[in-house]
Design a protein around this ligand. Structure first.
Ligand code: ADP
Ligand code: MG
Length: 320
């Protein structure tokens, strides 16, 4: 099975030793690793991507030629990741690229808090302050990418990683997370990073046409019209913000056809009781992001200027 998939090529990965597996995608496995022959013992992350068309006992389906990633796709991911991660706190740092007979390897900085996705599962949903703290950082990450002409196309809670808020006790040792270390909105979330450039693309003429993304977070125009723009990321940000606030995504259906129909109509609701105590300002921001017509939808600057995004209730409370 795929989870027992062995990596017999460990030795072909130069300068790094794989430790435990921390993630898994369709064509990739993600490992924690450490450098060998170096003084720097800081752990890194290695995403091993299976090459397209290889055929060996090492495949997921016996001896079939497996469907992996093409060289062109992976080199695009690497190039964009390198470009975006330069001097950017809201992106995982890119460290190195390697390649062996059957795999591509992307070495990146380890982000220790894990996925925002898991933190939502853990907390059920986020307070408005915590949601704002997270989505503001996502918006800043997207602002930088859009400014460079890059569309991310895969903004979702699984691709958002965070550093926990560190707290040092009087003895100088790092303390375990507790109520004093939870920070803004009580979530223990510090710096947020938007990663995974597997679907990212540098746009020409500011439009693209290949349908892609994770269906639950994909915007209607990706499957209803021929070309789409940067605005696709804004729809996904809307899906993420919705999910942070109430704990479940705006569009969720087991049946894919029904799901696509609901997305194309923008058919979602602020259901009771989950939305009863959420402010009209937050709902207004979600509404402007989950706007079916891309021309009417918030762009990244509109969202960064949104009144709810810029209203810090936590500060207001402490002043009153
Ligand atoms: P895929 O393209 O298969 O989705 P990702 O690049 O999104 O691959 O990595 C899959 C998962 O591995 C992520 O959702 C995350 O949980 C984990 N991961 C990837 N990179 C890092 C990192 N730098 N630090 C911590 N976890 C990571
Ligand atoms: Mg991913």
């Amino acid at each position: 099975s795929s989870s027992n998939h062995q990596y017999p090529e460990q030795l072909e990965l130069h300068n790094y030793k794989l430790l435990n597996k921390i993630g898994e995608g369709a064509f990739s496995r993600v490992f924690k690793a450490v450098g060998i022959n170096t003084d720097d013992q800081a752990p890194v992350v290695i995403k091993a991507i299976i090459k397209k068309g290889i055929s060996s006992d090492d495949t997921l389906k016996g001896n079939d030629r497996i469907q992996g990633s093409s060289r062109k796709k992976v080199l695009n991911e690497v190039a964009i990741h390198k470009l975006v991660s330069k001097n950017n706190p809201h992106c995982t740092k890119f460290i190195a690229f390697q390649e062996s007979a059957n795999y591509y390897y992307l070495v990146t900085e380890l982000v220790t808090g894990g996925e925002i996705f898991d933190r939502i599962v853990q907390l059920t949903c986020f307070s408005e302050d915590l949601a704002r703290h997270v989505i503001t950082q996502v918006a800043i990450a997207i602002k930088h990418r859009h400014y460079m002409g890059i569309v991310h196309r895969d903004v979702k809670p699984e691709n958002l990683l965070f550093e926990p808020i560190p707290f040092y006790g009087l003895d100088g040792d790092m303390q375990k997370e507790d109520e004093f270390t939870l920070g803004v909105g009580g979530g223990g979330i510090g710096l947020v990073k938007l990663m995974d450039f597997g679907l990212a693309k540098k746009l020409r003429n500011n439009t693209a046409k290949t349908p892609c993304g994770t269906i639950e977070y994909v915007t209607p125009e990706v499957f209803t019209s021929k070309r789409y723009s940067m605005k696709v990321d804004m729809w996904s940000i809307g899906c993420v913000l919705f999910t942070l606030l109430c704990g479940y995504p705006p569009f969720y259906e087991k049946n894919e056809k029904t799901l696509l129909k609901k997305i194309s109509r923008g058919d979602y609701e602020f259901l009771a009781p989950w939305w009863d105590n959420i402010s009209s300002g937050a709902k207004n921001a979600v509404t402007h992001l989950l706007e079916v017509d891309p021309n009417k939808r918030y762009d990244i600057d509109d969202f960064l200027n949104d009144p709810w995004l810029n209203s810090y209730d936590c500060l207001k409370d402490s002043n009153s």
